[in-house]
Design a protein around this ligand. Structure first.
Ligand code: AGP
Length: 608
């Protein structure tokens, strides 16, 4: 995700404390590495950066002592390109005349870096933020101080070269302005007395000024201490926009205007899914990951098995991954709970086996214990995690990031969606399918979030009085039923069990009585079969709530219907996750519980 902040002031003064404070307010966006750059009135650049969290790096490098009239801070959430000094931002251009930093993903980063090297530029790291700086550099002629027109022309040309979604801020030592551009990532401007600033997000601006200007995609901002100008990247035309006054509390801004981080993170799902797909489509890491999966069993004396290992929500993603690999690619994968892996398979693991360990935090002890056994027995360790630099990342032969940014709320939401998206992408690749079909997920997730929020709230009003209920899914929707039930348990304190729907009649059906709620998840194509399972419940007085695509026969058999668009049956479970999350969220709020920090739970479980 990453966060950027830039400021320009009329007087040379200690900018360091402002850069540090603004950086801390963006720390939720990334904490693998951090850096600050200041430029003095005479054009001297002071660049300090390092690996780690902002407080630790600042204590080492003394950010508060930095002075200047322009400053940039960046907090990095590593995706590809390990957290390291050279990859930490901001970055210099070849000669050290410009400094800049970005947020987002440049998906043709590798090709651009090769181009810069061929053209004789000095490329120091592998980070795509450095690519943004060089992309501007290559369109400046290098002689003398660039004018505003030169900088604007170079940034517009860089925009044409850089593929992906990003925002960046850049300044030239001899040009007394700060420039920023937005393409897909957040960017907002602050206008103060004798200063202007720009940031990925409002919380870093509000302590400085409440006068703000929203930047839209395809716009370049030119900041001086007294003025802020907007230009269209398309035709270079000047854009007029009125400033706004933000009078809300900073805490609300931190949550993006949502009452809880959980709701904010649910609403971030379309964007993070889109960003992950961009990354997966362009990264050589995916080929290495797939090669390792395909190599499973390729050693003599052992047929080799593929395991998918995780806990809680991450385990549910593993279960969905197993359905995807089987149904799309004919590849058998065994989903296993982290702590169960050693007990059930530990002694039979060998060098022909591969396990994909899945963890948001990358620190879950139950998962890491299994990684250790896998290593000891010579199997391949593949990792999928959200937090780069985590123990799981370092223990993996090959890893793939979830690229969700910081997930603050204890209930995992956006990381589950991206785990599912990642497995679907891998299954498509194993099956030789065109992954372009997955690009629709961004818009579909957006649509389903908007369309199901109110219906989910109204279903939660019925469920609110029940302390015991069931969520049923069949095949591809079984993991969604488990995940929906886990969300409900976590943040409402009700008991909710997720079950494979055909299994319900083998025992749990006896719990059903008048009004007893059972929620059914039916993927497109499974509706007629699900009607049987629904009727087993309704004839006994139960209340059936369906989450399904439009289907008149199913709808006429249930009491409540949460409509999810009728799309490809493999994409559908990912969409159906959203109303499941929203039902749990609204029921939690209705019960007066803080869904972000439910009792007894912790975001990262580093104990046995
Ligand atoms: C999810 O909402 C829970 N907070 C929990 O089940 C979580 O998924 C589990 O503890 C695993 O965490 P991890 O993904 O960081 O390994």
């Amino acid at each position: 995700m990453c966060g950027i902040f830039g400021i320009i002031t009329s007087k040379d003064h200690p900018l360091g404390p402002t850069l540090l404070e603004s950086g801390k307010r963006l720390a939720y966006r990334g904490y693998d590495s951090v850096g600050c750059a200041t430029v003095s009135a005479e054009g001297t650049i002071d660049l300090r950066k390092g690996v780690g969290r902002i407080d630790d790096v600042s204590a080492d490098l003394d950010f508060p002592a930095m002075r200047g009239v322009r400053g940039i801070t960046q907090l990095r959430w590593a995706t590809f390109g390990s957290p390291s000094y050279v990859n930490a931002q901001p970055h210099l251009d070849s000669d050290g005349d410009m400094v800049g930093a970005h947020n987002g993903n440049v998906v043709n980063n590798v090709q651009m870096r090769e181009l810069f090297i061929r053209e004789g530029m000095t490329v120091r790291g592998t980070n795509d933020g450095e690519t943004c700086v060089h992309a501007v550099e290559r369109h400046l002629d290098g002689d003398g101080t660039p004018t505003q027109e030169d900088m604007l022309a170079a940034i517009r040309a860089a925009y044409d070269d850089l593929e992906g979604d990003y925002a960046f801020v850049i300044t030239h030592r001899d040009d007394h302005r700060l420039y920023a551009i937005k393409k897909g990532s957040g960017l907002v401007v602050g206008l103060g007395e004798g200063l202007s600033c720009v940031s990925s997000d409002l919380p870093s601006i509000l302590p400085i000024t409440r006068r703000i200007l929203r930047v839209l995609d395809g716009e370049i901002v030119v900041l001086s201490p007294e003025t802020v100008e907007l230009y269209s990247v398309g035709d270079g035309a000047n854009i007029e926009r009125d400033e706004e006054f933000y009078d809300g509390p900073i805490e609300v801004a931190e949550k993006g205007g949502y009452p809880h981080f959980m709701l904010k993170e649910i609403h971030e799902q379309p964007a993070v899914a889109g960003e992950l797909l961009h990354l997966l489509n362009s990264s050589p890491h995916v080929d290495r990951f797939l090669d390792a999966m395909r190599a499973t069993g390729n050693r003599p004396g052992n047929r080799g098995s593929l395991y998918l290992v995780g806990c809680g929500t991450s385990y549910h993603a593993c279960l969905l991954g197993a359905y995807y690999f089987n149904q799309l690619a004919g590849v058998a994968a065994v989903p296993v709970l982290g702590p169960q892996f050693i007990e059930q398979y530990g002694k039979s693991i060998g060098p022909s086996d591969t396990a994909i360990f899945v963890s948001q935090s990358g620190e879950t002890k139950d998962v890491l214990n299994s990684v250790k056994v896998m290593r000891e027995r010579g199997g391949r360790v593949l990792g999928v995690m959200n937090v780069l630099g985590s123990t799981l990342m370092n223990a993996s032969d090959v890893y793939l990031p979830l690229a969700c940014g910081y997930e603050i709320s204890v209930p995992a939401t956006k990381t589950f969606v991206n785990q599912a998206v990642l497995f679907l992408h891998l299954a498509y690749r194993l099956a030789g399918r065109d992954t372009a079909a997955l690009d629709a997920l961004h818009d579909l997730l957006d649509l389903v979030t908007k369309d199901t929020e109110e219906p989910a709230r109204s279903v939660s009003a019925y469920l609110h009085s029940w302390d015991d209920l069931y969520y049923l899914g069949y095949g591809l929707t079984h993991p969604i039923a488990l995940e929906g039930a886990l969300k409900l348990k976590e943040i409402t304190y009700a008991h909710c069990e997720g079950i494979f729907s055909s299994e319900f009649k083998h025992g749990p059906l006896s719990a059903v009585h008048d009004g007893y709620p059972v929620v059914f998840f039916a993927a497109p194509g499974d509706e007629m079969m699900m009607i049987n399972h629904v009727n087993e419940v309704t004839v006994r007085g139960g209340r059936a709530i369906a989450v399904a695509a439009p289907h008149s026969a199913l709808q006429s058999n249930v009491h409540d219907y949460l409509v999810v668009p009728n799309v490809d049956r493999y994409l559908w479970p990912i969409l159906a996750t959203v109303p499941a999350q929203l039902v749990a969220y609204y029921m939690s709020v209705a019960r007066g519980i803080d869904p972000d920090f439910p009792r007894n739970l912790s975001k990262t479980l580093t104990v046995d």
